[in-house]
Each structure stands twice: as C-alpha cells, then as structure tokens.
Design a binder for this molecule. Structure first.
Ligand SMILES: C[S@@+](CC[C@H](N)C(=O)[O-])C[C@H]1O[C@@H](n2cnc3c(N)ncnc32)[C@H](O)[C@@H]1O
Length: 203
C-alpha cells in the first residue's frame, strides 16, 4: 500500500522536514491531487492579477515538485526561479521544464540572492505546520524591494495558531506592507481543509 504522507505531514515542522519531503517526492502530486489541491491556482490568479509585467522575475520559494510553478505559468507568468530544501522535490520540478533556474537551499542560512532581485515572491503551501516556520514570512518580505509582491498561503492547520494571521496584521499595521487581496477558500477540499491566500505589496 502506498504510504500516505498527508496523514502525518502537519506534525512536522522545521527539523527533519527536508527528509520528509525527499521521501514524499514520488507520490506528492498524486496524493495532493486526489485531495483536490487548489491553493496554487488561487495564489497564482491573485498574483497574476496584480503583476503588470508577466515576464518579471518571480521566485517560487518552496517550489516542491513544481505544482506552484505550473499554476504561476498557467496564469501567464513566464520567468520563474524555484528554491526548495528537498533535492528530490526539486528533481521533480526540474523535469517539468517550467523554471529558469532551480536551487537547493539549506534552512537557517541566508537566502542566496540580493534584496530586490525578484518582482514577486511566492510561498505557496510553504509556511506552517508541515513545512517552514512562521519567521520565514519576515525573511521573504525583507527580500522584496518596495512595490514588490508577496503571495502566500496559510492553511487551516496554521490558522489554528493565531500567530499566523497576527503576523500579517502586525506587518500591515507597522506599514511594512499592505494587503491587496486576502481570501479564505479551498485548500485540500477532499479533506475539508481550507487556506487563506494573501497577496501583499511591500511598502
Ligand atoms: C507542501 S509543499 C508545497 C510545494 C509547492 N509550493 C506546492 O504548492 O505544491 C512544501 C514545500 O516547502 C519546502 N520547504 C519546507 N520548509 C522550507 C524552507 N525552510 N525553505 C525552503 N523550502 C522549504 C518543502 O521541501 C516542500 O517542497
């Protein structure tokens, strides 16, 4: 029987996450697909609606196997770089030929690009239980130049912890960014899990 990773992914955060996704790479798309994974399409639509230059460089951070890149491409965005911790997930993304470049990065090390390199950064299905810690929100926002766009999602497991939504509210109130779109909608409908998709503009 194929191992089901969605049953225990939300117990993982931070330590060991790279190995978890390496092990999941072969079956990730089938498993999230059979559960109707729709957050990439929702996030990509929101970003494409606000990014005037469709050829502007976009970072798909935590690109995984490239499902988020596929959605960004389907919405007309043509210049994608992908980064992820997991070598095996990146290998799947590479096979799709969607990305200008793909890089394996290490957690807790400085991100390997200059501030302002990207017109937009996407972190789709990346921040929350089962993936990256919440402080990545600040790290990625800091890498955008003013008027840069940040599209991300928090699923219901993340949103159970008020710190996630509070992070967005606090940054907006502090004036470091403004919220252009915020929509709670389906994430993995077959599991009755929703997510909030945010489209933010760095100020
Ligand atoms: C649920 S998958 C989402 C992948 C893709 N964005 C999608 O929508 O299908 C989460 C991805 O985030 C990556 N990830 C988790 N923590 C990370 C971190 N700190 N830095 C970069 N990637 C990370 C994992 O390796 C995994 O590929």
């Amino acid at each position: 029987m194929t191992r089901k990773f969605l049953d225990n992914v939300y117990d993982h955060i931070g330590k060991g996450i790279e190995t978890f996704y390496d092990d999941w790479a072969d079956t990730y798309e089938a498993e999230v697909g059979e559960n109707g994974y729709v957050t990439p399409a929702r996030c990509a639509r929101a970003l494409a609606a606000h990014l005037a230059d469709k050829a502007a460089p976009v970072l798909d951070f935590g690109c995984g196997t490239g499902l988020s890149g596929k959605a960004l491409r389907a919405n007309g965005l043509t210049t994608l770089d992908g980064m992820d911790l997991s070598k095996e997930m990146l290998a799947k993304a590479r096979a799709k030929n969607l990305y200008r470049s793909l890089h394996q990065i290490a957690a807790d090390t400085p991100l390997p690009f200059e501030t302002g390199t990207y017109s937009a950064i996407a972190a789709i299905g990346v921040i929350g239980p089962g993936a990256a810690p919440l402080d990545l929100f600040d790290t990625l926002l800091a890498k955008l130049a003013p008027s840069g766009l940040f599209v991300l999602s928090f699923n219901d497991h993340a949103l159970e912890d008020p710190a996630y939504a509070a992070k967005v509210t606090a940054c907006a109130e502090a004036g470091s960014m403004r919220v252009l779109e915020q929509e709670h909608g389906p994430h993995l409908p077959a599991r009755n899990i929703n997510s909030t998709a945010y489209l933010l503009e760095k100020l």
